[in-house]
Design a protein around this ligand. Structure first.
Ligand code: GAR
Length: 190
């Protein structure tokens, strides 16, 4: 199973996938390419470390969505990777139907809350401010409805007395780092 990862940030979840692969915990899945819409993304440094191509790909002309010329660039570059699965690991852009049609049923996303609660930006902060006692993370198929596609799996995180936004953030991230490679290993049939 050929995996392409898209991310905009530090890439800790891409790292978790690559480390799982290195440790033989990613089933039959293999990460074949990393792409980022931000040239400064930490994710891009993982390429050299793990021997996987990692490139910045211009998402213009839009700021918060992938559509038009940028979408066409992503579709062409990803198609050339012949992916079986495209993993959005902190890719902070709305994905539009053109992309989803090009890769039908192959796009999954990681979100830092128990969807359908707290979709959109800052899922951890939203949950913290609402005062929930259990939050977590979700891996789901991507559909045109933002954070609304079929849920594949979730992991729960309890908000303990004494937690701060910072400690909760660390706990949710740790849950993500376990959940996402496990889901991919399962999807790969390995
Ligand atoms: C993760 O917490 C992921 O759930 C979130 O971005 C972070 C990326 O971290 N994604 C979203 O909020 C998508 N709506 P990383 O770059 O360290 O993997």
């Amino acid at each position: 199973m050929r995996i392409v990862i898209l991310g905009s940030g530090r890439g800790s979840n891409a790292r978790a996938m690559l480390e799982a692969q290195r440790a033989g915990r990613l089933g039959r899945a293999r990460v074949v390419h990393l792409f980022s819409d931000r040239p400064e993304a930490g994710l891009l440094a993982l390429g050299a470390e793990f021997g996987v191509p990692a490139v910045y790909l211009d998402p213009a002309p839009f700021k918060t969505k992938l559509e038009g010329e940028g979408e066409a660039r992503y579709i062409a570059a990803i198609t050339a990777c012949t992916p079986d699965l495209i993993v959005l690991a902190g890719f902070m852009r709305v994905i539009k139907p053109g992309f989803l049609t090009a890769f039908a049923g192959k796009v999954i996303n990681l979100h830092p809350s128990l969807l359908p609660s707290f979709p959109g930006l800052d899922g951890i902060g939203q949950a913290w401010r609402r005062g929930v006692k259990i939050t977590g993370c979700t891996v789901h198929y991507v559909t045109p409805e933002v954070d609304g596609g079929p849920i594949i799996d979730q992991a729960a995180v309890r908000v303990e007395p004494g937690d701060t936004l910072e400690t909760l953030t660390a706990k949710v991230h740790a849950a993500e780092h376990a959940l996402l490679p496990a889901v991919i290993a399962r999807l790969s049939g390995g």
